[in-house]
Design a protein. Structure first.
Length: 80
């Protein structure tokens, strides 16, 4: 009599798991490939915004500026 649980476990470990991982990787790369234009545009835009904010000429309103991380950490630590 064959031990079916051992056979199924063997098939899972040697075949099914690798096929599933391959499918997930192919799906991930396909998604990144289809999104490549949006990704590159977003990354380029974020770099241009960083350059603009670093320059002295950029007049950023008070409400558009981020809070200093030190103040944020101080508030988080004091609320504990």
């Amino acid at each position: 009599m064959t031990n079916w649980a051992a056979e199924l476990d063997l098939i899972w470990k040697n075949y099914v798991r690798y096929i599933a991982i391959g499918g997930m990787l192919v799906g991930a790369f396909y998604t990144l490939y289809k999104m490549r234009n949006s990704l590159f545009t977003g990354i380029a835009r974020s770099f241009s915004y960083m350059k603009k904010s670093a320059s002295e000429d950029a007049a950023i309103s008070r409400t558009e500026k981020d809070i200093n991380i030190r103040w944020s950490l101080l508030v988080i630590e004091s609320s504990r």
